[in-house]
Design a protein around this ligand. Sequence first.
Ligand code: NAD
Length: 258
Amino acid sequence: MSRFAGKVAIITGASTGLGPVMARMLADEGANLVLAARRLELVEEVARGIGANAIAVRADVTDEADVAAMVEAAMGRWGQVDVMMNNAAVPGVDKFIWEQTVDNFLDTYKVDCMAAMLCTREVLNRSMMARRKGAIVNFSSSAGWDGMVRKSHYSAAKGALRILTKTIAREVGEYGIRCNCVVPGAIGTDLMVNYMKRVAAEQGRPVEEIEAGIVAPLPLKTFSTPEDVARLALFLASDEARTITGQSVNVDAGLVMS
Ligand code: NAD
């Protein structure tokens, strides 16, 4: 398939986990890419692995000037932006609500929700509105549906991101632009592995036991792979989804059935 031939996609948080996997899959389908992350050397390595159709940019997605420069880099190199993958996220620091701090709550919110607003605003203003086309994909979490113990900061931000998705979809639909949200459950990336290690260490239990506890309630008894999640994101970003907008779609082995 080459659903993205002639199209330009920006991926934030493209240095680890899902980001590089989506980058390779988009490149395989013909996309030109801007890969953004805070650690330039990591994202440069991903871009080098892809080749001439990918450039790397250092950007902190919570910083307005960095986001403007990221989109400027896309416009300068490729002249347009067709797809915005708002993938960057942080887990924040695990805290019960009675331990929660303003800094932990807001720092997480800034990356996990506000940054999607900033990146979306910038690609709309610089390219998508004028061209009357484009697809925005946000990345929420099953924690944003039902909440998650010790993660009020993360759950609230990821829940808010789904409402942001709907609002953007309502506002930009008449300009031919779509906005959807991928809602993963557990993905077998470093983010998840580190979380399980942390919980195992805190509780003095083996990691395998923590993993088994997460998998047990899943109807399909498995984590998603980054590729499982990336396939959904690419579908939502592609013209195959041309009449789908404002949706939050679960890819979570059946954890949430809404
Ligand atoms: P990850 O931590 O490997 O990747 C997220 C990337 O975002 C990292 O490279 C990180 O450095 C980057 N990032 C963080 N703050 C940034 C900032 N201010 N500016 C720029 N980049 C920044 O996580 P992942 O597992 O690849 O997750 C991808 C998406 O899926 C995220 O939105 C995550 O919340 C969501 N998700 C993941 C899981 C999971 O189990 N891994 C579950 C549910 C949802």
